[in-house]
Design a binder for this molecule. Structure first.
Ligand code: ADP
Ligand code: MG
Length: 448
């Protein structure tokens, strides 16, 4: 192994995880112990010290933000060669693969991507077309049921066969029609992005082989949050060379409601028998007091790997628990505490307030406004979720994919041009009678 200046920035266990480049590696570690740092340095080590082409590396993170940060950190270590590298979320990586491969399943290369709001809209249309009562079959609930099935790689046929009775049969019908409409519209929902990629790799061995050869090294951050499809994808891509490195923390699994399956990390060693397991226990973010409190809480979890975080940052201040009578007293305490911290010279930048649900921020924000505390709410409505942005995107989607019904219907009367629901319903009926798409029906609008 060549001596590397890179390895000097790491503690001994981190170094072990970075240097073990070949074969399966499982890095299990708590928060703030340098898991992401290990992945970043591992990429840099592969490229700079071992001469691996960045083109051959696939690094997966959980959010686009994390991908951007990791890419930046890698660039700082090895420079611009990192630019063409695939550091992305599962979804972004799969979209890139699908743009090249999806035609094999009969979709347009310029397929549309439906976000949650788009797919709920399409489901609403399906419920209407099936003459079902949306009160009995609420679209959002149907969307959740379909998504749950898809997360486990269950298609509508399997879904239909899993249960019987009036209710289940109707939900199955909604699922079937929804999937059919997606295909007709050359559209995929978020779950399809993963599932169709898995399907293509399963059905076309030559495609699988090409992508396996392309990515000689596969790295996954936050592996505890992977779902069934993501698990399959990683497994297939790494099946030939076995150069797979996953990092995660069974204590931080927070996406069970989205199909994240902790078994993926708990059983990694079973899937890859010659796995090297590296445990990172030194924490760089918190004081020992905070770690002890966290350790004490987490020790009660049932499904986990035992580990104890420690730090050489010292004990630090004690944890304070304040039990308030109601949300107003709670907010007042938070605001006063922040004023106190400011008085002793702590910058507002260094203060964070967490709450469990978004609704809880209101009372706190009101007090901040009254006290003149400047603040920023993180995770409000995202740019791409804003109405005008979605409208503009819908226009672009229709241009590249005229089959995209949901996008057409979104903008057909935006800005207002006196095309109401009745007109749209007429076009729908004509399209159905003539067995043509909604767009083709619009083109023949004079005949309606
Ligand atoms: N060996 C180390 N020396 C100095 N700082 C480190 C070391 N390992 C991690 N850190 C720092 O600790 C913080 C947490 O690291 P990160 O990789 O984000 O942890 P995790 O992904 O496990 O939560 C980062 O600021 C990182 O730079
Ligand atoms: Mg991390």
């Amino acid at each position: 192994m060549p001596e590397s200046a890179l390895l000097a920035d790491l503690n001994p266990t981190q170094r072990e995880a970075v240097a073990a480049t070949d074969g399966p590696v499982l890095v299990v570690a708590g928060a703030g112990s340098g898991k992401t740092r290990v992945l970043t340095y591992r990429i840099a080590h592969l490229v700079r010290d071992l001469g691996v082409s960045p083109y051959e590396i696939l690094a997966i993170t959980f959010t686009n933000k994390a991908a951007g940060e990791m890419k930046e950190r890698v660039e700082q270590l090895i420079g611009g060669v990192a630019r063409g590298m695939w550091v992305s979320t599962f979804h972004s990586a799969c979209v890139r693969i699908l743009r090249q491969e999806i035609h094999r399943l009969g979709y347009r290369t310029s397929f549309s991507i439906y976000d949650d709001a788009d797919s709920t809209r399409l489901i609403t249309m399906c419920i209407k077309d099936l003459d079902l009562d949306p009160k009995r079959f609420p679209p959002r609930q149907m969307k959740a049921a379909i998504s749950k099935a898809k997360n486990e790689l269950i298609d509508y046929e399997t879904f239909a066969s899993q249960d019987s009775g009036f209710y289940h049969e109707n939900v199955s019908d909604i699922f079937r029609l929804y999937q059919q409409r997606l295909v007709e519209a050359s559209a995929v929902d978020f779950d399809d992005i993963l599932n169709l990629t898995v399907e293509i790799l399963q059905v076309f061995p030559e495609v699988l082989e090409r992508w396996q050869n392309r990515f000689q090294y596969v790295l996954v951050d936050e592996y505890q949050d992977t779902n069934r499809a993501q698990y399959m994808l990683v497994k297939m891509l790494a099946a030939e060379h076995g150069n797979i490195c996953v990092v995660g923390d069974s204590d931080q699994s927070i996406y069970a409601f989205r199909g994240a399956d902790m078994r993926n990390i708990m059983e990694f060693e079973k899937d890859y028998p010659d796995t090297r397991v590296v445990l990172l226990e030194q924490n760089y973010r918190s004081t020992q007091t905070i770690l002890d409190a966290a350790n004490a809480v987490i020790a009660n979890n049932t499904s986990r790997r035992p580990k104890r975080l420690w730090t050489d940052e010292g004990a630090g201040e004690s944890v304070v628990v304040f039990e308030a009578e109601d949300e107003h007293e709670e907010a007042a305490y938070v605001a006063e505490e922040i004023a106190r911290l400011q008085d002793i010279g702590i910058a507002l930048d260094d203060v964070a307030v967490f709450y469990r649900t978004n609704a809880q921020s209101r009372v706190i924000e009101e007090l901040f406004v009254r006290f003149g505390v400047t603040y920023q709410v993180v995770g409000g409505l995202k740019y791409y979720d804003r109405k005008e942005i979605k409208d503009a995107l819908a226009y672009l989607r229709v241009i590249v994919n005229p089959d995209d019904q949901v996008a057409i219907k979104r903008i057909i009367n935006t800005p207002r041009r006196a095309i109401g629901d009745t007109t749209v319903a007429h076009v729908d009926r004509f399209a159905e009678a003539e067995e043509i798409t909604f767009m083709d029906a619009l083109r023949r609008v004079r005949e309606i």
